[in-house]
Design a protein. Structure first.
Length: 315
C-alpha cells in the first residue's frame, strides 16, 4: 500500500493499492457469476475473465455494498433525529471514463454483482447516452462532430432525472438511446422504479457545475468510479473496437455506420485514428481526464486492459 504524490509533491487524498493487495482484501469471496455470464457482460475488446472478477470487481462490489449499507443506517439515524420518516433514496454510483476504456462493461458487471449482496438486491443501470440531444438537434446546433462532449448532452434533463431519483420518487423515466441508430429513439423510455442502487455510467458524469449553476449531477452521487488508462492504450483499444464493429454491427444495413462496412482494414484503421484524433482524444484531454481527481475510487488499467491498481479516496 502506498500514498501517491500529486504533481505538487503533496500527499494525495487517495490510498493506492496494487492488484495483489486489493485482491487480498476479499480472500474468501467466490464470484457468483459463471464464465458464460461474464462473457455476456463483456464489451468489444474487453479481456475480462473470472480471475479479474474475483480479484478486482468482487471486492469492489463488497466495498460498495458496505457504503450502501452505511448510507441506509445514516438515513435511518437521520430520520430518527428529525423525528419523522424521510423517503428512502437509492444509493447512486457514477462510473466515468473515456470511450473504449471499458466503463460500460464495469457498470454492467457491478450491477450484477451488487444485486447478489443481501442489502442491495435491486440494482439498476442507466447510461447518459439517453441524455444526448437527438441528432437533429445536434445538427441544428452544429454539434454532430462534438457528440460526446459535455455540450452535446441535455444536462438539465440529466440533472432533473437524478434529482428525482435522490428525492425518493417511486418511478422516474429516462430517454432511450439506440447505438444501432446512433440516436435517441422517440417515444421509447427506460423506467427506474426506486432501486436500492442506481448506477449511472457515462463519459462526463463527474463534471463540476457549469454556466453559473450551483449543482451538477456528480454532486448527487454517493460514490463515483473513474476508469483510467494511458491515453495511448485507450487509442489502441478504440481502434481495435472500431475494427470489430466494422466486421460486425456496421454490416447491418440499419446501422448508422453501415457506410463504413466496406472499408478495407487499412482504410478502417485510418478512419478510426481520425475519429480518435479529432473527437475522442480532445474530449478525453479537455473534459474527461480533468474529472479523475473528483472520483471516490480510480481503477487503473494496464496495457492488457486488466486493472493494475486501485486508488481509494480516504474517508
Amino acid at each position: 500500500m502506498s500514498e501517491p504524490l500529486n504533481n505538487n509533491g503533496q500527499f494525495s487524498p487517495f490510498i493506492e493499492l496494487g492488484r495483489a493487495n486489493w485482491a487480498a482484501l476479499a480472500p474468501t469471496m467466490t464470484a457468483p457469476l459463471s464464465r458464460t455470464e461474464i462473457i455476456g457482460l463483456r464489451g468489444l475488446g474487453d479481456e475480462l475473465d473470472l480471475v479479474e472478477v474475483e480479484e478486482v470487481y468482487l471486492p469492489l462490489s463488497r466495498l460498495l455494498s458496505l457504503y450502501a449499507e452505511g448510507a441506509q443506517k445514516l438515513h435511518a439515524a437521520t430520520s430518527t433525529f428529525i423525528g419523522g420518516k424521510a423517503a428512502h433514496t437509492p444509493f447512486v454510483i457514477g462510473v466515468a471514463g473515456s470511450v473504449a476504456v471499458g466503463k460500460s462493461t464495469i457498470a454492467r458487471l457491478l450491477r450484477e454483482l451488487l444485486a447478489r449482496w443481501e442489502d442491495t438486491p435491486r440494482v439498476e443501470l442507466v447510461t447518459t447516452d439517453g441524455f444526448l440531444f437527438p441528432n437533429a438537434e445536434l445538427k441544428r446546433r452544429g454539434l454532430m462532430e462534438r457528440k460526446g462532449f459535455p455540450e452535446s448532452y441535455d444536462r438539465r434533463a440529466l440533472l432533473r432525472f437524478v434529482s428525482k431519483i435522490k428525492s425518493g420518487a417511486r418511478e422516474v423515466r429516462a430517454p432511450f438511446y439506440s447505438h444501432l441508430a446512433y440516436d435517441i429513439v422517440p417515444d421509447a423510455e427506460i423506467v427506474v422504479n426506486a432501486p436500492d442502487v442506481l448506477i449511472i455510467e457515462g463519459l462526463n458524469v463527474l463534471q463540476p457545475p457549469v454556466g453559473g449553476r450551483s449543482l451538477a449531477v456528480s454532486d448527487l452521487f454517493d460514490f463515483s468510479i473513474y476508469v483510467d488508462a494511458r491515453s495511448s492504450d485507450i487509442a489502441r483499444w478504440y481502434e481495435e473496437r472500431f475494427l470489430r464493429l466494422q466486421r460486425g454491427a456496421f454490416s447491418n444495413p440499419q446501422s448508422y455506420f453501415h457506410r463504413f462496412a466496406e472499408l478495407s482494414e487499412d482504410e478502417a484503421r485510418a478512419r478510426a485514428r481520425g475519429i480518435w484524433a479529432s473527437i475522442n482524444a480532445p474530449n478525453l484531454e479537455q473534459n474527461i481526464l480533468p474529472t479523475r481527481p473528483r472520483a471516490s475510487l480510480v481503477l487503473r488499467k494496464g496495457s492488457n486492459h486488466a486493472v493494475s491498481s486501485v486508488l481509494l479516496r480516504k474517508i
